[in-house]
Design a binder for this molecule. Structure first.
Ligand SMILES: *[C@@H]1O[C@H](CO)[C@@H](O)[C@H](O)[C@H]1NC(C)=O
Ligand SMILES: *[C@@H]1O[C@H](CO)[C@@H](O)[C@H](O)[C@H]1NC(C)=O
Ligand SMILES: *[C@@H]1O[C@H](CO)[C@@H](O)[C@H](O)[C@H]1NC(C)=O
Ligand SMILES: *[C@@H]1O[C@H](CO)[C@@H](O)[C@H](O)[C@H]1NC(C)=O
Ligand SMILES: *[C@@H]1O[C@H](CO)[C@@H](O)[C@H](O)[C@H]1NC(C)=O
Ligand SMILES: *[C@@H]1O[C@H](CO)[C@@H](O)[C@H](O)[C@H]1NC(C)=O
Ligand SMILES: *[C@@H]1O[C@H](CO)[C@@H](O)[C@H](O)[C@H]1NC(C)=O
Ligand SMILES: *[C@@H]1O[C@H](CO)[C@@H](O)[C@H](O)[C@H]1NC(C)=O
Ligand SMILES: *[C@@H]1O[C@H](CO)[C@@H](O)[C@H](O)[C@H]1NC(C)=O
Length: 891
């Protein structure tokens, strides 16, 4: 059996017919989401970058940092890994199938005589904010006999403390100081690990330093556990653990490695009577430090604390809920995938790939006093993958279709803190870009910038979109004068924007696509005025919007009136007019239908002349950048299904092609698919733009403005008055959604055909080859794709790979496996801007580009460069180290 993720190696080496490939449905050649719950809880399996199946890989944090979470199954006394990189050559389960749904990633494997199914389930329950904010995710394993006979089966999982600190071991220096302990509740056992000296609200290498990590399971017969520096060998030898923790309960990460582990002995079985389920959790409380507009600091707590006052009851409830949570997840998946299948199967795949990260970019918070206040909800988004910005407005705009479709109330609670900070009339005339540059510190807006048209348009569009889908007009009433200030700015500046930047970093004057966003913003203001019964304002903004849009039409169209220009007056310019999406979403009718039809025909030509194998650039200016977010918004504006499907297929190709690596970036290079450095994140919520088609079908409803609208408390978006209120409004969308799904039934699970193949030289992973040559300290590996990918990305080893692995080769078997993983991890955590190292800005780019780069980016870059310096230093020391204490074992 061939692992799915190295399938293409087999195609390359065994020359399987290409039709085999063509028959496959989607499998992301890049990263598979596993457990993604919040900005600081984001675990992935990075498939082809490792060229290794899950059964021979550690997991990753979104930035590539290794999370050593592993799992074994012992069958008749022989142990096989189903997750984790143990370097036990003959005992890696064969991965035969991977399915991805919006909430689940399901791996099927063969471990000797047993068929093993590993299911990662991260619930998405956007209408229940207790459930949605619960910082736990499930992993379940099941097994069936393949030969019909009963076998003795034990399952095992272990987890290190890497997910609670970004301070990793360097050389002989241990990482962050961590502690660990075991606890028992009424119905569960859990292990907890945390930094010994938490740094409140601090991040190191993107990870928080103030959270607690959990691995938990329900009490059951045959359950054993341990916390120890060697949990796996007792399991391999006896199939159980000691039910004890080592006397050491804290120490530097990795010196030595301590793991928390569970084993379950199922006895002699043909198949597991019910899944063996663990919960993995990462808990921060409070989650953000919020400076209010009046200057006080609120420590805001996670929403789940409105129902659960301690972790024990939360863990018991979460574990007990698994069967029901799974049923709800299946219903949710069926509904979402069913809706998406009305567009295309590629579209189903894309939605399935991004759904968890769209919700996982958020922290849902409540105000904290003596008791948490469920009426005071604010949601915070981290600009994962590119910066630490808080509620980045243009990313929220990109993701908004997802929130509108899933539960529009999420959008209101995301807008509330932005509005709170800009309600003062002395604030800037245009909207801010965010409310902080160092998540989770919400410090407020920070001065003038050059994206006034872009961000004011975004805010007005989102305000109106939230209100018309949720029916909740309270933000419109409360922040009416703020909205008017922005609309007035747009009336003066939107039609011929100059000295303006777009969110894509473009600064040409008179960009057609930027102008139309501003004009739609003015029209949104007219609708906002109407909703709050300011009729004379409504008339005024209506007439402004109408005259702006007719001026825009005459300026924006080509001289033959057959298409839209990218820039007024430049007949050779063009753009993907993604901002027109807002016109369709809001039904504001600023762009006539026949103009869209002609533009669609024009896109068809551009697809012939301007597209690469990964799609169409954003516009004539940034010819090298593709963006899935804007491509998907554009695909929802075209009047021809063929053009629509082709645009979607390009975005799909980025995920499915064997030429790309890493987590899906917001903006990627035309040829390699690699992330473009200043253009957006990886693994972040902006890919919610993929929901563009689904959001167009969400019905609007009458906007209700509370009579005391202007005196509502901050954050009075829908769903924050009380839990039941959330339910009531959200229920309209998602409750109905689930119900429909139960009726509709038909699941379109993404399915990758099983296939078989023999062993081949090529299939040996670099790590295994390394193992075979162990002692020879081959410095050229491990790195995936060597020789195979030429310029296509992913293949170029980052600098100093060899140094790392040569050191690693001397390590204890297990420890070596971890370290060998590091080139990848270090590169990506050093440069979260670049998963593969391709788009690391050169010093020249940094200096020449500085003026147009956001300061957060520069600050981040500086600290990364400092980090790099320290790392190189560490590497030098590393090389000088004597072999570590474990070097005598087994090798
Ligand atoms: C990638 O897949 C294509 C078929 O989709 C195949 O022709 C090509 O050989 C594969 N590339 C590699 C490096 O395996
Ligand atoms: C792996 O090989 C070792 C040594 O040959 C053997 O003791 C062990 O049983 C094998 N494990 C499996 C799962 O085949
Ligand atoms: C994986 O598949 C190969 C080839 O079919 C087989 O020889 C091997 O025993 C399988 N390994 C496991 C762990 O089942
Ligand atoms: C293994 O289990 C999966 C999931 O239950 C199932 O779809 C598959 O058919 C099984 N494989 C075999 C060879 O029985
Ligand atoms: C947030 O502020 C605290 C001080 O209140 C600081 O220690 C921490 O490093 C800051 N976090 C980030 C991510 O900068
Ligand atoms: C583990 O298994 C061994 C061998 O069967 C047994 O002697 C021991 O008591 C078990 N330990 C626990 C904690 O169950
Ligand atoms: C999630 O929602 C379900 C149904 O509303 C509830 O039974 C369950 O306890 C919730 N989960 C948690 C952790 O509260
Ligand atoms: C923008 O377009 C307007 C209208 O055509 C024109 O008057 C103005 O000069 C243009 N601005 C720039 C900087 O080209
Ligand atoms: C939905 O929006 C359209 C266009 O703005 C409007 O005509 C209609 O009245 C709205 N429906 C409801 C129920 O408000």
């Amino acid at each position: 059996m061939v692992s799915t993720c190295s399938l293409w190696f087999y195609i390359a080496t065994l020359i399987l017919p290409v039709t085999v490939c063509a028959q496959q449905t989607f499998f992301p050649q890049a990263a598979v989401p596993l457990a993604i719950r919040s900005p600081h809880f984001s675990m992935w399996y990075n498939c082809p970058a490792d060229t290794q199946p899950l059964s021979n890989s550690w997991l990753e944090f979104w930035n590539g940092a290794t999370i050593s979470w592993g799992g074994n199954i012992r069958v008749d006394g022989l142990t096989y890994a189903w997750m984790g990189q143990y370097n036990l050559q003959n005992s890696t389960a064969n991965v035969t199938d991977i399915k991805i749904t919006p909430t689940r990633s399901i791996f099927t494997m063969q471990a000797g005589p047993m068929n093993v199914t590993v299911t990662f389930l991260t619930p998405i329950e956007p209408s229940d904010w207790v459930n949605q904010s619960t910082p736990f995710s499930y992993i379940s394993v099941e097994a069936q006999s393949l030969d019909g006979a009963a076998h003795l089966v034990q399952f095992y999982t272990e987890l290190s403390s890497e997910f609670v600190t970004g301070i990793r071991p360097q050389g002989d220096q241990g990482g962050g100081l961590v502690s660990w302990q075991s606890s028992r509740t009424a119905t569960s056992i859990y292990h907890q690990t945390e930094p010994e000296q938490p740094q409140p609200y601090a991040e190191v290498a993107d990870q928080a330093e103030d959270g607690k990590g959990y691995l938990a399971t329900t009490l059951r017969p045959g359950l054993t556990w341990a916390i120890s520096r060697d949990t796996q060998h007792p399991f391999i030898n006896f199939g159980n653990l000691s039910n004890a923790e080592d006397s050491t309960t804290s120490g530097p990460l990795g010196k030595p490695w301590y793991d928390v582990a569970f084993a379950v002995d199922l006895g002699n079985i043909q198949s597991t009577p019910s899944p063996v389920t663990w919960a993995i959790g990462y808990v921060r409380d409070p989650v953000v430090q919020y400076s209010t507009s009046s200057g006080t600091i609120e420590l805001r707590r996670p929403y789940w604390t409105t129902r659960y006052s301690d972790i024990d009851t939360l863990i018991d409830a979460f574990l007990a809920d698994y069967p029901a949570a799974l049923r709800r997840a299946i219903a949710f998946d069926e509904k979402v995938m069913g809706d998406a299948s009305k567009i295309s199967s590629e579209y189903v795949d894309l939605i399935s790939l991004v759904a968890r990260q769209v919700m996982g970019g958020l922290d849902i918070t409540v105000g904290s006093g003596d008791v948490t206040d469920a009426t005071d909800v604010k949601i915070f988004m981290k600009d994962i993958g590119s910066s630490e910005r808080v509620n980045p407005v243009e990313r929220m705009f990109a993701a908004f279709p997802a929130y509108l479709y899933l539960n529009a109330s999420l959008g209101g609670a995301l807008l509330a803190p932005l509005l709170d900070h800009q309600s003062n009339q002395s604030a800037l005339p245009y909207a801010a870009q965010d409310i902080g540059t160092t998540y989770p510190n919400v410090t407020g807006t920070h001065g003038p910038h050059s994206q006034g048209v872009e961000q004011s348009g975004n805010m007005l569009i989102m305000m109106y979109a939230h209100a018309r889908v949720s029916g909740d007009g309270s933000l419109l009433a409360q922040y009416y004068s703020t909205a008017k200030r922005w609309a007035d700015y747009l009336v003066s500046n939107a039609l011929t924007p100059s000295n303006q930047d777009t969110a894509d970093g473009e600064s040409n004057a008179n960009l057609t696509n930027l102008a139309i966003k501003g004009i739609i913003g003015v029209k949104a203001m007219a609708e906002i005025s109407r909703a709050v019964q300011e009729d004379s304002d409504a008339e005024y903004y209506d007439s402004q919007a109408n005259s702006l849009s007719s001026s825009w039409l005459s300026l924006a169209q080509s001289s033959d009136r057959q298409h839209l220009l990218g820039q007024y007056g430049d007949e050779s310019s063009w753009a993907m007019m993604y901002n027109v999406y807002a016109d369709l979403l809001l039904q504001t009718n600023m762009v006539p239908r026949d103009v869209l039809a002609k533009q669609t025909a024009y896109y068809q030509t551009l697809l012939q002349t301007e597209a690469s194998h990964l799609g169409l650039p954003i516009d004539y200016v940034s010819a090298l950048s593709k963006t899935a977010t804007w491509t998907l918004l554009t695909s929802a504006t075209v009047t021809d299904d063929g053009v629509r499907d082709q645009l979607i297929r390009y975005a799909w190709d980025r995920a499915a092609t064997n030429k790309t690596t890493g987590k899906y970036p917001d903006v990627y290079d035309a040829d390699t698919g690699d992330r473009v450095s200043s253009g957006g994140g990886v693994a972040g919520p902006a890919l919610g733009a993929m929901f563009a088609h689904l959001a167009l079908n969400v019905p609007n409803t009458t906007i209700v403005v509370p009579s005391s609208g202007t005196s509502r408390p901050n954050g009075a978006g829908t769903g924050n008055k009380s839990k039941s209120h959330v339910g009531a409004i959200a229920g309209g969308v998602v409750g109905g959604v689930v119900l429909l799904a139960l009726i509709a039934g038909a699941a379109t699970l993404i399915y990758r055909k099983k296939r078989r193949g023999g062993r081949s030289q090529r299939s040996l992973s670099p790590h295994r080859r390394h193992k075979e040559e162990e002692g020879s300290l081959d410095l050229t590996l491990p790195y995936p794709f060597e020789g195979d990918t030429d310029a296509s990305g992913g293949g170029t080893p980052p600098p100093f790979v060899g140094v790392r692995s040569s050191k690693a080769a001397r390590e204890h078997e297990r420890e070596r496996a971890r370290l060998m993983h590091q080139p990848d991890r270090n590169m990506s955590s050093l440069f979260p801007l670049s998963e593969t190292g391709h788009s690391i800005p050169s010093s020249e780019q940094i200096s020449t580009g500085a003026s147009s780069l956001p300061s957060a980016f520069l600050t981040g870059l500086r600290s990364e460069v400092e980090h790099l310096r320290r790392l190189v230093q560490g590497l030098r020391e590393d090389r000088m180290q004597p072999p570590p204490e474990y070097s005598s074992t087994t090798d």
